[in-house]
Design a protein around this ligand. Sequence first.
Ligand SMILES: [Zn+2]
Length: 436
Amino acid sequence: MTDVSLLLKNTQATTLAPPAIEECDIRIDDGIIVDRARHLRPKQDEEVVDLQSRIVMPGFVCSHTHLYSALSRGMPAPTSTPRNFVEILRKVWWKLDEALDEEAIYYSALVGAIESIKFGTTTLIDHHASPNFISSSLDLIKHALCQIGMRGILCYETTDRGGKKRRDLGLKENERFVTENTSCQQFRGTIGAHAQFTLDDDSLVWLGELAAMYDCGVHIHVAEDKADVVNARKNHRQDIVERLGQFGILRKKSLIVHGVHLSKRHLATIEKSGAWMVHNPRSNMNNAVGHAPLTWYGEHAALGTDGFPADMFEESKFGYFRNAESDSPVGFSRIPKMLHNGQRLASEFFGRPFGTLQKGSPADLVVLGYCPPTPLTSRNLLGHFTFGMNSSMVDHVIVNGKRIVWNKQLIGIDENDVMQKAAKVAKKLWGRMHGR
Ligand SMILES: [Zn+2]
């Protein structure tokens, strides 16, 4: 999937954590950054692109999303308005995932991937559910991401809400995908789980055992709403984090998503285990579940979009403003650092140094046409990132050394054609949701 050697001249090589911006040229070969210095001389047969002082950043990672919800935009509202978080699941998302078929899974992923890559997001960590099409569903998503040229860390949402047969198919789908992608350059698998409130003890045993067996972590929603915490106490007579810990869910590479209703002690336990917290500010606002206690999050905290388009500029802005109006605001650099942590997380899965622009890093790059109206330095970079830069400035995107988006256009994909087909698939999907 790599292009020939490519020399990017006159870049502003930029990273968010630690904040740094430096004028240099960047040479890419065989999918990795092989050189970085001022005034690199072009080699014979090398393609040279003058970026005219554009910003070059490592490609963004969305650390939690649901591509299957990409065709939900504009869908009819439920017949009765959900009154709380669990009703939102029952009346909206569990109706949608039940209605997904092979075609809808594929087009959801394709549409989501196209939008993501144009925002500069090069890796998606997805959490998939399609109870009526479980086996091989992750391959449909993989196929869609491959068509675009993105990287993915995928899983299937294991749950007991559809009975043991579906639960077993979910577990099997996770295990299959993990084992088939252990050495893939573009994909990795993890063990997916919905949330402890839809999982019996024996299911949690399986999830913990599979994660231990394949050293791949569990990707699970935790304490998104208070109902999850109350459920653990009421139905299992246990503290929510103790319950997860007991079954080996808290471990390196595990993704603990949301944590809105976790305590300082809970978050210290999770941090100590090596697992990652994933914060999704837009989703928390949309579901009115509360403010995530970011002050208590540790070093292992990343940023996701939870099904909203994977525009990490936008998610970062919402994250900043959402937190700024909370009772305990965190420092200005916290959200950009969480965004950078997504790249650290991807590095753990792939065993390669994402999130840097140093020699030896994978050439997953975003090129931004940002003309700063005020001085731009390493010291004030995060101010420019939060208040100035946005995804409409993404001009080029490179993944593994290959040009995927160039001059804002996807290469080799007829985007309009995909969107028109997707709209037809969405119409059928909405019809199935409403029994038509
Ligand atoms: Zn989610």
